[in-house]
Design a protein around this ligand. Structure first.
Ligand code: PGA
Ligand code: ZN
Length: 424
């Protein structure tokens, strides 16, 4: 039984306040969870409550969320069985009482939801991935390393937010990790030799001031080859365009040019022809549904089209997208929706509908590694947790090494099968 719930304000990887929650069970178990925070946040995400008191942390404090946990959310679930995650999450949603968790904040609710799950797993003496996923949890994901950072995550001129290395040809997760790291280090040397800065962006990737987005893909291909791998077969590429960020009044502003959605779609078709790309996220803006449909018709059989700001891990928005035949993959961010139960509902809806699911960190992260366990619990086969640099990113990749070891012979690496539509 849940005996007590505590909370505090801690810092995330950008030095902004965030929520940490501790849950105590009546058997003496204590577990904690911390909440991540985005920068290129979708308009339809659950609400992140910040104090707005400019005299502390520029208004970004989370003391109101902490207070809501201690005064309202905690007392509401005390005495409830910690293993009844769905009931716990329903209570949290009810206490808030608003559509998008605006009153107490999705950051408050998520912290409690995750900490309860961790405490219940510990109490059952199970690793979190096993507790959440049951006996069939066994798939180790392809790690998508965001090695070039642009958009809202870096102060350079690159419009696209994330350039991924996806080591799909490795035999195991740990081999994929090594291939990604080796290529990441070669990429640094290549950028440096070409006269670019090699400082890091928010997600640990390099943030060079490249002249075009295409140039970023060229650098990835060069680095893969120089590191001794075959582009496409060993290591494929991916993009998170985060197009909502450069969409205004019906126009996309990319590479210093104005594009309509049809022209941009043609541009993506060209990229997929020229590069071994297996996944493109948020290629169009979060509300551009009709053009998303055209894009899906044009490219959906060749490449994974991921909805992030489009779906915001929301089962209702995803159901709408499935009905319209829009995109073919769900990005999964626990703080976009605010409870573990709703996150699982979104993932299972995706999987039942022939959509893939990619687990994701946020650009503002902590040392919490819950998403590593979640990707194995759901057998989703794909995770993006940034570059293999900066401890808040590496923490997730390291947790997957522990899970791989724990699973032993039962572990299966998702590899290329994680991207069923790719012709790369
Ligand atoms: P965010 O970026 O965490 O800043 O929203 C991640 C993403 O767009 O996938
Ligand atoms: Zn995204």
């Amino acid at each position: 039984l849940i005996e007590a719930v505590g909370a505090r304000e801690i810092l995330d990887s950008r030095g902004n306040p965030t929520v940490e929650v501790e849950v105590l069970l009546d058997d003496g178990i204590v577990q904690r969870a911390a909440v991540p925070s985005g920068a290129s946040t979708g308009a339809f995400e659950a609400y992140e409550l910040r104090d707005g008191d400019k005299s502390r942390y520029g208004g970004k404090g989370v003391l109101k969320a902490v207070e809501a946990i201690i005064d309202e959310l905690g007392p509401a679930i005390e005495g409830v069985e910690a293993s009844e995650q769905r009931i716990v999450d329903e209570i949290l949603i009810e206490v808030d009482g608003t559509e998008n968790k605006k009153r107490v904040g999705a950051n408050a609710i998520l912290g409690v939801s995750l900490a309860v799950a961790k405490a219940a797993a510990d109490s059952a003496d199970l690793p979190l991935f096993r507790y959440l996923g049951g006996p069939n949890a066994h798939v180790l994901p392809v790690p998508l390393f965001n090695v070039i950072n642009g958009g809202e995550h870096a102060d350079n001129g690159i419009d696209m937010q994330e350039f991924f290395l996806a080591p799909v040809g490795a035999e195991t997760y740990s081999e994929a990790l090594r291939w990604g790291v080796e290529t990441y280090h070669v990429l640094r040397a290549e950028l440096k030799a070409a006269g670019y800065a090699t400082g890091l962006g928010d997600e640990g990737g390099f943030a060079p001031d490249l002249p075009s987005n295409r140039e970023g893909l060229d650098f990835l291909v060069k680095a893969i080859e120089k590191a001794g791998f075959t582009p496409g077969t060993d290591i494929a590429l991916g993009l998170d365009v985060a197009a909502t960020e450069f969409f205004k009044d019906g126009v996309y502003r990319l590479d210093n040019k104005d594009w309509d959605a049809a022209a941009l779609t043609e541009y993506y078709v060209g990229l997929v022809n020229d590069f071994p790309i297996v996944t493109i996220e948020d290629a169009l803006a979060e509300d551009d549904w009709d053009n998303w449909k055209h894009l899906t018709d044009a490219l959906g059989s060749k490449v994974q089209l991921v909805g992030d700001d489009l779906f915001v891990t929301n089962p209702q928005r995803l159901a709408d997208g499935i009905k319209r035949g829009v995109a073919n993959s769900l990005l999964v961010k626990v703080n976009q929706i605010g409870t573990l139960t709703e996150t699982f509902d979104a993932v299972s809806l995706a999987q039942r509908s022939g959509y893939t699911a990619m687990l994701s960190h946020r650009s503002g992260e902590t040392e919490d590694t819950t998403i590593a366990d979640l990707v194995v619990a759901t057998n989703s086969g794909q995770i993006k947790a940034g570059a293999p640099a900066r401890s808040e990113r590496v923490a997730k990749y390291n947790q997957l090494l522990r899970i791989e070891e724990e699973l032993g012979d039962a572990a299966v690496f998702a590899g290329r099968s994680a991207f069923p539509r790719s012709q790369a």
